[in-house]
Design a protein around this ligand. Structure first.
Ligand SMILES: [Fe+2]
Length: 257
């Protein structure tokens, strides 16, 4: 269950801080963000459709890229409706991340719909992590809408599969992110892993983190340290949902949308 830890009004927007704790090393939570294959393997094949909308439709074409801030995945799906779904989620190293709306229906064409929340995987100690999110929350009658739920996979208790009060047997038969991450041991033993092509995003993220650790030990700034105030203003990010109509999809040969 997540906690709402803060609510702040700013002009016509409400920002809410939310958090929850998982009993595993922070990296097991953070790697999830660049692992789109688990959407198919865990959330569809093993546990049945645990999401709704475009994420559960069509076969994906999956890619991974370094960005100016870290690593992102790209998922492209040609939906049964004929629309094309293009999605990027991004790790902003060392521990921030952006996940576009997981409830995207795929029905209305849109370009680069940005995330409504910014999240962090914050280590508590080696065996516990706090998932922390700042969420832009819609307002109704001057108050945060009560029936609205954030569009991120990170905040627990927003899908039936992620409710922490599920019975043990149900969690075994239909595991969700929590079971997959905590089930790797409190600290996953990387030496026991056999990484495959589908783990490309995870390998890229681990390598990028290692490079930043080396930079710090060499006395250099790691990625995403901005010391110049002029540059530390609006920093472009690289995560979004795009829906292309069939006509738009046929005009755009590439998938860079
Ligand atoms: Fe997940």
């Amino acid at each position: 269950m997540y906690d709402i830890i803060d609510t702040r009004y700013r002009n016509d927007v409400v920002l809410r801080g939310m958090r929850f704790v998982k009993d595993c090393n922070w990296l097991q939570h953070y790697e999830n963000i660049v692992d789109p294959w688990h959407l198919l393997m865990l959330h569809q094949m093993i546990s049945g459709d645990q999401f709704e909308g475009a994420l559960m439709q069509g076969a994906p074409r999956i890619g991974f890229e370094h960005t100016s801030l870290g690593v992102r995945y790209r998922v492209v799906k040609d939906l049964p409706s004929g629309n094309r779904f293009v999605r990027h989620a991004e790790c902003i190293v060392p521990n921030a991340f952006l996940i576009p709306d997981i409830r995207e229906t795929g029905t209305t064409p849109k370009r680069k719909e940005r995330c409504s929340e910014l999240s962090w995987a914050v280590p508590v100690d080696n065996e516990h992590v706090t998932g922390l999110s700042i969420v832009t929350w819609p307002i109704e009658d001057g108050e945060p809408r009560k029936d609205w739920r954030p569009g991120t996979d990170t905040v627990q208790d927003i899908r039936p599969g992620s409710v922490l009060s599920r019975k043990y047997e149900e969690r075994q038969r239909k595991p969700d992110d929590l079971e997959a991450q905590e089930g790797q041991r409190p600290i996953a033993v990387h030496a026991l892993e056999n990484l495959a092509t589908s783990d490309t995003g995870i390998a890229m993220l681990r390598r990028t983190l290692r490079e930043q650790i080396k930079r710090v030990s060499d006395g250099l700034d790691p990625l995403n340290v901005v010391r110049e105030a002029r540059l530390n203003q609006r920093i472009p990010t690289n995560a979004w949902n795009t829906i292309l109509s069939p006509a738009e999809a046929s005009m755009l040969q590439g998938e860079e949308v």
